[in-house]
Unconditional design. Structure first.
Length: 419
């Protein structure tokens, strides 16, 4: 098993170098070799980390990291294809993300101790989420960025980490009280209001993100995370029903009073009504999938550049055009395997707190992938979140590796014995 995991890492970087090699051949005779040293550095660091996971002090799950490297390699070659100027920055963020993951593994005990202070975590979650509500700058249609000179940060990417930790701590500490009904409201069994108030606040923040920031993706992601984790922690369907009513009412009011919400839903319902206007991105995305078919047009042989912002929200559309249904299916299967592996870790944790944290991180990354893939294929309204580890974005890359690091630290607690 150890050898197989190392082989997977080798295959991941072979994909990266093969993709970069094809792009360089297309550049002949003016070949840009500048990404090669960064790619070699990322490969070397990736192998060292995997060896540490196998033989070193971390003693963690050995399958999650190769899957993350697979996504990252696909992201690097697609960015080199779609927007070459962002290839080296993405490789830098990949290296930074891996280093941050090692730091998280090294200080995992201290990070786990933070979960004892649930209300401090809850306060930090609210502060991080409200930063962009108050000081956010609109980029790409969503007011979800903080700008510091040449740098921009998405607080919501780090807010979801705090949200998972807070919900896990709160739900594990109040599990019995939340599961025990003290009053009935129609056909719903509910505990006293003070115990569900934090959940209502989180749901309310999700709706505010939707209305004020125009950030449907983050709002939907935070809402789904809260609902799934609440159901896992309590087993009560009443909370799920209340949450669905909450978001339905919020969406209905938003649709009635805010024009940008109406535009998003109208584009989803009928993009062809304004195919060269506000629905242009969605329509071009659908054309990309149609052009790719089953086998794809071939790497570097499509025209994904017709889609604006293809390197962020619509990178999966570019994959669909050039790698076809086959390539898209492989990526989706690996996301499912990542989720499956995370749930295995969660189920084998001995403490309810750690079970909820591991499941929460697995759900967060899987749900984020599902939401953006569903958006670009018109299964759901279009959202502005990134495809984890594939789309361009430093905040997304670093926050993703923090979650992976915490997930691996929890697998260390329950050595899986599958090596």
């Amino acid at each position: 098993m150890k050898t197989k995991s190392l082989l997977l890492v080798a295959v991941d970087f072979l994909i990266m170098f093969a993709g970069l090699g094809i792009i360089m051949l297309n550049q002949y005779p003016k070949i840009d070799y500048s990404p090669v040293p960064w790619a070699l550095g990322a490969a070397g660091l990736g192998f060292v980390i995997q060896l540490l996971l196998i033989r070193g002090r971390f003693n963690s799950d050995i399958w999650i990291f190769p899957m993350v490297l697979f996504f990252s390699s696909i992201g690097v070659i697609m960015l080199a294809r779609l927007k070459p100027v962002l290839c080296i920055p993405q490789l830098r963020w990949l290296i930074i993300g891996m280093l941050v993951m090692v730091v998280v593994l090294y200080f995992s005990r201290q990070l786990k101790n933070m979960m004892r202070y649930q209300y401090i975590l809850g306060l930090c979650t609210l502060v991080v989420l409200c930063l962009s509500l108050v000081f956010g700058v609109e980029i790409g249609g969503s007011k979800n960025w903080l700008v510091f000179g040449p740098f921009s940060v998405q607080p919501s990417e780090f807010g979801k980490i705090l949200l998972v930790m807070f919900l896990a701590a709160f739900l594990s500490d109040h599990k019995d009280m939340l599961a025990e009904a003290r009053r009935k409201l129609l056909f719903l069994d509910l505990p006293p209001l003070r115990f569900i108030a934090p959940l209502l606040v989180i749901w309310g923040i999700a709706i505010l993100m939707f209305v004020i920031q125009r950030d449907l993706g983050s709002a939907l992601l935070f809402f789904c995370m809260a609902v799934f984790m609440t159901y896992m922690g309590t087993g009560s369907k009443s909370y799920v029903f209340i949450a669905l009513c909450f978001i339905t009412m919020g969406a209905s009011v938003s649709y009635a009073f805010f024009s940008h919400v109406q535009v998003r839903f109208n584009i989803w319902l009928d993009p062809w009504a304004d195919a060269v206007g506000q629905a242009y991105q969605v329509v071009q995305s659908l054309f990309s999938f149609a052009a790719g078919g089953v086998w794809g047009t071939g790497f570097t042989h499509g025209h994904p550049g017709l889609i604006p912002e293809v390197h962020t929200d619509f990178i999966f559309s570019a994959i669909g055009e050039e790698l076809g249904l086959l390539g898209c299916t492989v990526i989706m299967i690996v996301y499912v395997l990542f989720f499956y592996r995370g749930i295995i870790i969660a189920l084998r944790c001995k403490k309810d707190l750690y079970t909820l944290v591991a499941a929460g991180f697995s759900i967060a990354l899987f749900t984020q992938a599902f939401i953006i893939i569903a958006g670009v294929t018109k299964f759901l309204p279009l959202t502005g979140i990134t495809l984890p580890f594939i789309s361009y974005g430093g905040s997304s890359m670093v926050s993703g590796f923090i979650m992976v690091g915490l997930l691996l630290s929890l697998s260390k607690e329950t050595y899986l014995g599958t090596r």
